[in-house]
Design a protein around this ligand. Structure first.
Ligand SMILES: Nc1nc2c(ncn2[C@@H]2O[C@H](COP(=O)(O)OP(=O)(O)OP(=O)(O)O)[C@@H](O)[C@H]2O)c(=O)[nH]1
Ligand SMILES: [Mg+2]
Length: 238
């Protein structure tokens, strides 16, 4: 949640509650020590112990499954818990694209007291996305491979979202004159700013010449990457 705008935390929690989701913690799994990651084991233990069917065994030993949409940080959370409670290194592969975890993995221990094992799982999405806007938000957050939607389409939706939410830090970052809703213009400025241009041969009536053109794909990729790293400010898409 470190790249999300959680200034309206209370209304987010209320919305979760309306949808039947309780016991929400906002974590940052990239931080070496995150207060909310530390709260997970006590909370999970309390929840399991208050459920009668888990009182069969004498020994406190739990095995839980970590589930969520692709690329949301499931494996990072497991690694963060292992780091926090066992002071041990990464046990699950992490990456900035969906589909890194490809199968339900073997049990990974994350805590000694109580003994907790976690099962890492591949990300899942609902079989049907309810509308295009939801689909675009999911694409922007990297839950599907970018090329399946198209970097240019995602970049356009990103610009639309930033303008709608009045998050204009992209203007200064990419040296634009003012906020703009023309993605081609924005991508051109990004390409120029980052020196992402490509040489293209043009055939003219008086011979072939080489012209320097903005690399729109590279610019779109950088724009999306900057958003996902939080470099364009904290944003809440919903
Ligand atoms: N800023 C930030 N980035 C995170 C956090 N947790 C994970 N990431 C990044 O998100 C990306 C995806 O992380 P993973 O842990 O591989 O996500 P996953 O849910 O296991 O992904 P799949 O296995 O592909 O479904 C990586 O680039 C992580 O560095 C977090 O708390 N904050
Ligand atoms: Mg994973």
């Amino acid at each position: 949640m470190d790249v999300a705008d959680i200034s309206k935390k209370q209304s987010i929690l209320k919305q979760f509650e309306r949808e039947g989701v309780k016991n929400v913690l906002f974590t940052d799994c990239l931080r070496q020590h995150d207060e909310n990651v530390k709260k997970i084991v006590p909370l999970v233990s309390k929840l399991i112990e208050s459920t009668s069917r888990f009182h069969r065994e004498e020994e406190r030993c739990y095995c839980l499954m970590v589930i969520g949409v692709p690329n949301v940080g499931k494996s990072s959370l497991i690694n963060a818990l292992r780091r926090t409670y066992l002071k041990k290194g990464k046990a699950s592969k992490v990456g900035a694209e969906p589909g890194i975890t490809k199968a339900v993995l073997t049990k990974i221990q994350v805590c000694e007291r109580p003994i907790i094992h976690l099962l890492d799982t591949p990300g899942v999405l609902p079989p049907r996305i309810e509308n295009i806007e939801t689909g675009m938000k999911l694409a922007l957050c990297g839950t599907v491979l970018d090329h399946l939607v198209g970097e240019d389409v995602i970049a356009d939706f990103l610009l639309f979202s930033l303008n709608r939410l009045e998050r204009f830090s992209y203007v200064e970052k990419y040296s634009l004159e003012e906020p703009c809703d023309d993605i081609q213009h924005v991508l051109k400025c990004i390409a120029v700013k980052l020196g992402k241009t490509r040489r293209v041969k043009a055939i003219t009536g008086v011979g072939n010449i080489t012209v320097q053109l903005p690399d729109y794909s590279a610019a779109a990729y950088d724009f999306i990457r900057a958003f996902r790293k939080g470099e364009l400010g904290k944003v809440m898409l919903d």
